[in-house]
Design a protein around this ligand. Sequence first.
Ligand SMILES: Cc1ncc(C[n+]2csc(CCOP(=O)(O)OP(=O)(O)O)c2C)c(N)n1
Ligand SMILES: [Mg+2]
Length: 378
Amino acid sequence: MSPTRAPARERHRTAARADHASPSAALTREQKLELYYYMRLTRSLEERLVNLYRQTKVIGGLFRSLGQEADAVGAAFALDKSRNDILSPLIRNLGAMLVRGATPVEVIRQYMAKGDSPTKGKELNIHFGSVERGFIGQISHLGDMVPVMAGVTLTFKMRGEDRVGLVFVGDGATSTGAFHEGINFAAVQRCPLVVVVENNGYAYSTPVTKQTAAKQFIDKAAGYGVAGERADGNDVLAVYDVVKRAVERARRGDGVTLVELVTYRRKGHAEHDNQSYVPAGEIDRWAAENDPLDRYVHVLRDEFGATDAELAAIDQRVQREIDGATDVAEQSPMPEPLEALRGVYGDIEMIPPVWYREEVKSAVTEHERAEGWGTYNG
Ligand SMILES: Cc1ncc(C[n+]2csc(CCOP(=O)(O)OP(=O)(O)O)c2C)c(N)n1
Ligand SMILES: [Mg+2]
């Protein structure tokens, strides 16, 4: 069964733009085009990664956010860079990392496990962070970033810093103990935290109807005593509006908001997943009726007067940037073996390691077994 039917485009477009006091009404034309740029960059960069994956140049799995670009980009856009707000992304949030300044070359190097990638081959895909740029590295274990971000935002409060944190979790992650403990703690402490639940219909092969008996994820907000708001995750301006309101609520000291973004995962959990568990026609329907990029192109053209030439220029810029990044990343070296020891627990001064028995010749030239074993020592 389809967890959430593709909403009618018209209904959501009207809803998003009916309120002239909504935060997105204050976005400049340039910012509105920037939202398009980041969504297009996310999609095209992932498409390039698929090409590299099929050439066996990607090490490990490939995780797509096809159809979810609006929620990652719109949510990250609602944070304030100048105030050093911070977010914690998951594998579907490449768009959020790009908004915060992650670069295509870093992402491609990381997927190829290159020696000059952000984690120098020690981690893969988009598992990397940059505190300076306002995104922290993700822990794979579902839900664990909620208590981490509760702690991060508690430090903002204790230090009197005017900063807000945002944590992304999937529908599946809401079923973990870590999610419950983290959001409860943040709620009690009135941390300046926005918890974004990306309801994309599935957690691997488990549909939302088998994940929770709640009708919608924001119903859980009442149990924690926090605000809850739900929005169409495929409408980038609606996402921006709902998250911006939550960010403002956090900044003025009113604590946590649980934001549910309704979207749809059009690809499998990762590239190897053939989605055989998805009912026939569901993916095609979302692609045809509710693609976040198609929808936003219509809004930009019909409501904000963007021209085809303007949009084509952005597409070309994205293509150029990705082509350039691919060429650079392909030239990058693989990591040196010793790199595996650096930056793990801290960079202590290292003496050259002694490889296996290198300095202990006697052990290989003479027997090292107990006499009693009676082994030949010739
Ligand atoms: C505690 C825990 N259990 C299982 C996994 C394996 N796992 C990784 S992602 C995933 C599905 C996540 O679904 P959801 O939270 O809805 O996020 P989505 O992939 O849909 O973005 C699972 C089961 C894990 N990482 N952590
Ligand atoms: Mg999910």
